[in-house]
Design a protein around this ligand. Sequence first.
Ligand code: AMP
Length: 608
Amino acid sequence: MAAGILVSSKTELKRREKLKKKAKSGGFESMNLSPNVFRGVKRKGYRVPTPIQRKTMPIILAGADVVAMARTGSGKTAAFLIPMLEKLKQHVPQGGVRALILSPTRDLALQTLKFTKELGRFTDLRISLLVGGDSMESQFEELAQNPDIIIATPGRLMHHLSEVDDMSLRTVEYVVFDEADCLFSMGFAEQLHQILTQLTENRQTLLFSATLPSALAEFAKAGLREPHLVRLDLESRISPDLKLNFFTLRHEEKNAALLYLVREQISFDQQSLIFVSTKHHVEFLNNLFREEGIEASVCYGDMDQDARKIHVSKFRARKTMLLIVTDIAARGIDIPLLDNVINWDFPPKPKLFVHRVGRAARAGRTGTAYSFLTAEDMPYLLDLHLFLSKPIRAAPTEEEVLQDMDGVMSKIDQAIANGDTVYGRFPQTVIDLVSDRVREIIDSSAELTSLLKASTNAFAKDLPREGLHPIYKNVLGGNELTALAFSERLKTFRPKQTILEAEGEAGSFGQWGYVMKKKEAVHEEDIYMGQEKRSNDLVAKEEMPEITSSKEKKKKVSGSKRKAKTFKDDEYFISAVPTNQHLEAGLMVRANEGFESNRHCTLPSPSL
Ligand code: AMP
């Protein structure tokens, strides 16, 4: 008997110790969840809470309001869904709507609905989805089923509230503003304030947001009761398992650099998310990849819902290894495991960078972020590193490497090992080679040419040209104003002739002008022939520069299609050190074109 008591007290002790350990572990076990909710979490495959879940869930479960700064990929959705399920527990037939989740986009709302159903599979809670794009009638029917939870976009929710007289939010006990910064930047502020007025005082309110702009902080002050602010340490917001690679290049080299990365740098079994600024860039890159035999998935804001679903599920099923997205579209996509993030356009805000790359190197996996940087992006790079409190270094120049090969390289290796980030160039030979190929592909496809134009224009924000500042209006006399106007016009003047032709007319370079005209005539003929045959050896690198003196001719050349086999042929490959002076002159003309197109891209890419 005594032995029996001893055994049972020993077992009890062990059980208690086990419970204590679990409670200390900070795992889901320590959160005292009801069996049905806990089973749902386990079934979903969550073993340990993510940092944002560990920090927010105990506070939410205790009933307090919370402002949590968390990005997509941090596990934020479960952080508010699990406590919600715990609070609601089961369906209450006459209880009315007890929880309301507001999402900025239809996709995010759908994603949240999916998670709610999965996590709440062992409860009988009823959910209604109120988002634009679905019929109002079917949503009326859902509302008639007495849902416990509404997941909605603000616009559609307001629409229902104005249409249905007896619809009320007075029974709501638990409100979540998900991706609140996005809700605000998408212009829902007014609706959100209106929704607040329809709620009762004794509700619990949660606000999840990647960033906390001042308008949002004001909103939180007004709508939340002594909220706890939860944010992860800045450093830990970028996974330590994420490698950061920054490449400096010129805007017009980006396509070549991307093709090279995808083809040569990134292993074929890795998945990458490519961030660009606009849907035109998404379409352009998608077409470019297709021409190169690479199938990618795409996703942008106003894309057709069915098409978007197909694209994303292909990527999730690993049938495609690339997903090209814009920032807004990326918010509603759930991709649990990702190897690489490529910033084709550098994000102008550090938090956006953190948000984007937060999708890689998750759950114990490693990952890499590749970012392209043009000269205009450099201040953003510095800004990002100030934000991350992380040192950044330039890769040693070729001279430095040559002078002190071991010393410089070992120092940079040491810096990388210490966690410093390094920015450097792509090998120019690689860029040149692939650029040629890219140019060929674009020139041979009318669709790509027009998509390229659209994406370049999407960047060019046409600000009206400015005149002299009014505070100087009295400083200048009439003559000076005329002189200024003339010199302003001169700045935009583009001569139709080459310098040699112009000089030739003036008399001093008569012989050269004659040569230029003759050369032009000969080459014009060549070009027409080349266009007809399409596959002839154009040796265009040598011929193009001289004929670019007229826009008309330039168009004709760009329409020509060169054979793929020529671009790798050593005979026509442009060396870094030009051996031919015509070629060099030609590159100068091209460089000018490059500057022109670059000019459109100097404005920072649009943020969220
Ligand atoms: P979210 O940040 O809510 O978009 O979640 C990103 C991804 O992380 C989703 O695929 C979730 O299913 C997943 N996730 C959330 N919490 C956990 C967890 N505790 N363990 C593993 N995966 C999780």
